[in-house]
Design a protein around this ligand. Structure first.
Ligand code: 5GP
Ligand code: MN
Length: 349
């Protein structure tokens, strides 16, 4: 199929050979894993299991509850909960597939263990500027998701017919979540051809959307309503929106991992708003999430001030300091980025 033919022949051959000669394989992804990190990793898990490999998925920390409907999700080895087991799997691995991240620091404390293990390594990612030591690198920032890339790789390896329903379900979950239900990063018509191929496998798309995107809890819904009702600030001059949630507020609403997924997108629905930032005071750092429209480079803000990066219009970072300092830095530097604002946009009405 045409969607499988765009990779350099040498690299597909290398990947094919690595898969052929490796029995013990670990698949891994980034911290605070999202639908694409888990979707692409678990898709490889199902594919490689079908090939008779001894495969494990080792993730840096727990996946949000919204992704636990994915087939096989209970088999994932969580590094923060099973340190020794994770280390042993990586020590014994012959091959590691690294999904949905471009630098070792995105794996938190697991990063060094992955970097130092003796296995051959393959990067499967869609972030710009990969900076990671791997034997084979598949870095395609123009793709919607690491899951789309994984589908294309599987097809290029001649494995499309071997893709089972579980694998296809994981792939479509990654595509649905990274494109926000096919609303961003999906201008390439081939992305829909891939969706079609996955639907042909019998994937239940409605279920994916219900479980991975829409489902929430009463307390999470209240937390998000509070964030928008009481904590959203608009900076009209900069066409920016900011939400902060400190540890006390999170505690008050019984915050659990994943409860604020998607919150940063909400302010972008306001006409005239070009970018949105969400600062959340986690236990170890202030998690920064940013989203934008019209090509405004939020990845630059995250890189310049929050030790992060990501995609042009969907980026994030971690700030090691108080949430007030993170907020002040953001506000003090907003003016530096006004030059990137689009010239003619509709005013707020
Ligand atoms: P989110 O806001 O959903 O956490 O992340 C959006 C995107 O920003 C991710 O897909 C990832 O590309 C990037 N990102 C998020 N957090 C970080 C971070 O701490 N460091 C880097 N380099 N990128 C991040
Ligand atoms: Mn991704």
């Amino acid at each position: 199929m045409s969607i499988a033919n765009n990779f350099p022949k040498g690299e597909i051959k290398e990947l094919k050979e690595l898969l052929a000669v490796s029995q013990r394989i670990v698949v891994t992804c980034h911290v605070r894993p999202d639908g694409d990190a888990i979707g692409s990793s678990m898709a490889w898990y199902h594919m490689l299991q079908g090939m008779g490999k001894d495969v494990s998925v080792v993730i840096p920390d727990r996946a949000p509850r919204s992704l636990m409907f994915l087939p096989g999700s209970r088999d994932m080895v969580v590094f923060t909960q099973h340190d020794l087991w994770s280390r042993r799997l990586l020590r014994d691995a012959e091959l590691v597939l690294m999904c949905d991240f471009n630098t070792s620091s995105r794996q938190g404390n697991l990063g060094d263990i992955v970097s130092e293990c003796n296995a051959r390594k393959v990067l499967i990612d869609h972030h710009k500027h990969p900076d990671i030591n791997c034997d084979v690198v598949f870095s395609y920032p123009e793709m919607s998701s690491a899951s789309e890339l994984s589908f294309r790789l599987m097809a290029a390896l001649g494995l499309y017919l071997d893709m089972n329903l579980d694998c296809a379900t994981c792939l479509l979950t990654g595509m649905v979540t990274d494109t926000q239900n096919f609303t961003v990063n999906c201008d390439n018509h081939e992305t829909y051809e891939i969706m079609l191929r996955l639907l042909e496998k019998g994937v239940d798309k409605s279920r994916i959307i219900r479980e991975a995107v829409k489902s929430t809890t009463y307390s999470a819904l209240k937390l998000n309503s509070y964030a928008i009702g009481e904590k959203l600030e608009i900076f009209e001059r900069h066409k920016a929106a900011v939400i902060t949630l400190d540890a006390g507020e999170l505690k008050r609403f019984g915050y659990e991992k994943g409860d604020t997924e998607g919150l940063v997108n909400e302010p972008l629905r306001i006409r005239g708003i070009v970018y949105s930032a969400f600062l959340r005071e986690d236990a170890d750092c202030v998690k920064v999430s940013m989203r934008s429209v019209d090509g405004f480079p939020v990845d630059k803000i995250c890189r310049d001030h929050f030790g992060g990066g990501g995609h042009l219009m969907a980026a994030g970072g971690e700030f090691y300091g108080s949430i007030k300092d993170a907020y002040d830095i953001l506000l003090n530097h907003m003016g530096d980025y006004d030059k990137y604002l689009p010239k003619n946009i509709s005013k707020q009405d």
